[in-house]
Design a protein. Structure first.
Length: 338
């Protein structure tokens, strides 16, 4: 088991290093001068040169990359000249909003996928199976940002069921005392149940939108795994012992099929924690995604690099944790059985 974990650590370190190198050099090949964007069109050449020097853009690319890696090793991601704050501080204030949305989206996707797939497989009705596959195909082919716009137009503007793109809370409600940064959790800890309900209601629609894509993938995966598990010999043995079909399905088939969702759910969680860019922008959600969009438009290299590096770190950490859990749970992996 230790050998498997050591290999995972090596792959994780290589992934983070590769993503940092790729993002650093790719961003500097994009057209446009960040110093000119910050200084404005009326700034003279001397002012632009001073800005470039203060931003470190007058150095060679290897020197810039070395300062970038050295700063990251010390916990510094640079300074955002467009926001006037350190990137670490920006990420620290924006990350809880993205985490709250991402976790809610993954939980919604897993619940919807497991329940719908289990019902379709257990019922053994062709109509239920066709309905599940059709829903997953439709969900897989629907862009999240388009779904977000349609949902806002119908459910917020036309019918007024959900709040519009006004962020995490209604304008008249102040944020709860900051402990975790997750408004729903902080509101409950502070006993502010009105704030909790408002925060939860603002969370429902964007969380369901970003859950659409993961639902399509997880429902197909769980359906396929359930069908394969029901063909295993131990299911036949359990039925031959007189155990009811429903008990065999819930106690044996479902738990054994859930293993396949561990790695898949971890990847989706890492992706949603940093990848819900357009959905956050559409809903006015003050998270990492909307910060990334604004920083790209302003050529703010430090913020974009920090977000990409953070995405890589979160991705490999969640993946590594899932691999460790999977290795501990499944003895076939520890034994090297394919």
């Amino acid at each position: 088991m230790l050998n498997v974990i050591a290999k995972r650590f090596g792959v994780a370190a290589a992934t983070v290093l590769g993503s940092s190198v790729f993002s650093f050099f790719l961003l500097r090949k994009l057209p446009g001068d960040p110093a000119r964007l910050i200084g404005g069109e009326l700034a003279d050449a001397a002012t632009i040169d001073k800005l470039r020097a203060s931003m470190g853009l007058n150095q060679s690319l290897p020197a810039q990359f070395w300062h970038y890696i050295a700063g990251f090793a010390q916990g510094h991601l640079g300074f955002s000249y467009s926001n006037g704050q350190p990137v670490t501080e920006l990420v620290r204030t924006r990350l809880p909003a993205t985490m709250e949305l991402g976790i809610a989206g993954v939980v919604s996707a897993v619940l919807l996928a497991t329940v719908s797939a289990a019902v379709a497989v257990y019922s053994r009705k062709r109509g239920a199976d066709i309905a599940l596959r059709s829903a997953s195909s439709l969900a897989m082919g629907s862009p999240p940002f388009w779904l977000a716009l349609v949902a806002i137009l119908l459910l917020s503007v036309k019918f007024g069921v959900f709040p519009g793109p006004e962020g995490r809370l209604s304008p008249e409600i102040p944020p709860p005392p900051g402990v975790t940064g997750l408004y729903t959790v902080d509101a409950l800890m502070a006993g502010q149940f009105g704030t909790f309900l408002d925060a939860a209601w603002h969370l429902v629609l964007p969380a369901l939108i970003i859950a659409v894509g993961p639902f399509a993938f997880l429902s197909r995966l769980f359906r396929s795994q359930l069908r394969n598990t029901l063909r295993e010999p131990f299911i036949t043995v359990a039925r031959s012992r007189g155990i009811t079909r429903g008990s065999v399905f819930l106690r044996h088939a479902v738990p054994n099929s859930m293993l396949s969702l561990v790695a898949a759910t971890s990847m989706l969680l890492a992706e949603l924690l940093t990848g819900s860019v357009l959905v956050e922008k559409v809903f006015g959600w003050p998270g990492i995604g909307s910060l990334t969009v604004d920083s790209i438009l302003q050529k703010d290299f430090s913020v974009v690099q920090g977000v990409i590096l953070l995405s890589a770190v979160l991705y490999v950490c969640v993946s590594l944790l899932a691999d460790i859990v999977y290795t501990a749970v499944d003895p076939r992996i520890r034994a090297g059985v394919k």
